[in-house]
Design a protein around this ligand. Sequence first.
Ligand code: MG
Length: 176
Amino acid sequence: MLSKTLEKALNDQIQRELASAYLYLSMVAYFEEQNLPGFARWMRVQFHEEQFHAFKIFDFVLERGGTVTLQAIEAPPSDFQSPVDVFERTLAHEQKVTAYINDLYALAVKENDYASQVFLQWFIDEQVEEEKNAADILANLRMIEGSPQALFMLDRELGTRTLPPEATPMQTEAEA
Ligand code: MG
């Protein structure tokens, strides 16, 4: 059984993962408007991955006999200035999410909730990947600033990103 404190913290994290999805959806719109379909596709994958993260926690709370309480999600920003600006915000956002995941893990340790610690380990690994992805693309963007040709090539490359099978919408755990 989940403690009430951990249940509340996990519900807060469901909200944050969905807010992340909403942020990335806003970035999809920006890139589509900028005629950068590859960047937009990369962000579409990101949008689905965040929903998958939210669902993972949602299912875990229920499996542990907890109650899921959904919370309001604020409107995301839509005033993006450039691809560099978008990826600076993406990296900063993921660093913030990492800090929240670390806090959750610390809480699970404090409460001697071993199942939650094992569960959260997946998110700790995932955040390493999330930060690296955003940092790599940001570094590439800074390198090619001022070169539309290079931006075009990077857009092509990012457009090859695919959604991992486990994050496919409506995929159940048994099918994954
Ligand atoms: Mg996430």
